[in-house]
Design a protein. Structure first.
Length: 335
């Protein structure tokens, strides 16, 4: 375990990140490199983009490989940690790539776990608030088991994440694997796909084109939006907690890190208020347009992050207004 830095022998970890060219994955690769680690990024680019990580190629400690996680993962040399992010993750992907989503969250997760097991490496699974479905508990804490429709239109993603959590827990019990589960709530920021169907990129795109912003249902349904820099800090802390403490990097020693741990912003915002904020910040002439609420669309979504605060010393720093301004600036540049 000294290779993880617990004994202060070697501060550099070799970390494999699946889905590393995606929105969250690319930012996490960047963050891990900035902390001095070596990163092997695996991605089949079905929803990610090589442009997200192209600049990282200048770093000799970054290695990109085109790879589908549903195929066995062979990596030359020893690996210290595996972060499994690979999966389509937006509503428009759930129908378009339903089978691929289920495969990434079953066969893909198993392959990533096998890589970690074979290397006696730490494993971090990026789960989702979608495991809670349309919750009857509010806010949602990690002991809540959820209210999920297993055959609904969102089920490929919901159930893939739930099954992956079960796999990680099974590997922990069966093989003693250090398997950690982080439940990621709505995250936004630069490098999101403009047409991925999620609220913030959709609203920003519509506002910049002075089109009506599409509100489904009454718009009173809520989400809790976490800016990308806060999320990657949470994921880095979760992955490196207690491994990095001995090396003076500011991460706390912690126990109970198997999770699950909610990672998200507990500040709750209604969808219609979000839309109005985007209109104001873009200076758009857009108005709101109303459409029927999709099947199984969650009415409330807000994390209880007590566990993340206690175990990781983490809470979000970026306000919604600050994060939206940065994201709008990114999309203006993309436009």
């Amino acid at each position: 375990m000294d290779r993880l830095g617990l004994g202060g022998v070697d501060t550099r970890m070799r970390i494999v990140v699946t889905g590393g060219a995606g929105f969250i994955g690319s930012h996490l690769c960047e963050r891990l490199l900035s902390l001095g680690h070596t990163v092997d990024c695996l991605d089949n680019l079905s929803t990610g983009s090589f442009n997200n990580v192209a600049a990282l190629g200048k770093n000799p400690h970054f290695h990109f490989r085109l790879h589908d996680v549903t195929e066995p993962i062979d990596v030359d040399g020893a690996v210290d940690a595996v972060v499994h992010l690979a999966s389509p993750a937006s509503p428009c992907d759930f129908a378009r790539m339903s089978l691929e989503t289920l495969s990434a969250g079953s066969v893909g997760t198993r392959n990533a776990l096998e890589l970690a097991k074979d290397n006696r490496a730490r494993f971090l699974f990026s789960s989702s608030s979608e495991v809670y479905g349309d919750p009857n508990m509010h806010p949602q804490n990690e002991d809540y088991w959820g209210n999920v429709n297993p055959v609904g239109p969102r089920s490929p993603y919901d159930e893939a994440k739930r099954f992956s959590e079960a796999l990680a827990a099974a590997y922990r019990r069966r093989f003693g694997l250090d398997a950690r589960i982080g439940r990621v709530f709505n995250t936004y920021g630069p490098r999101m796909r403009p047409s991925d169907g999620r609220a913030i990129p959709t609203f920003i795109g519509q506002a910049l084109r002075n089109e009506d912003l599409t509100i489904f249902g009454t718009g009173d349904q809520t989400r809790s939006f976490c800016y990308i820099s806060d999320m990657v800090e949470a994921l880095a802390r979760f992955l490196l907690a207690d491994a990095e403490a001995a090396n003076g990097r500011g991460y706390p020693q912690a126990s109970g890190l198997d999770g699950p741990i909610n990672l998200g912003n507990p500040h709750e915002t209604s969808i219609k208020d979000l839309a109005r904020m985007v209109i104001t910040l873009t200076g758009s002439k857009s108005r709101l347009a109303w459409k029927p609420l999709p099947v199984d669309d969650p009415k409330l979504r807000c994390p209880d992050i007590t566990r993340a605060n206690q175990l990781l010393g983490w809470h979000p720093q970026v306000t919604l207004a600050e994060g939206l301004k940065a994201t709008i600036g990114y999309f203006r540049g993309e436009g």
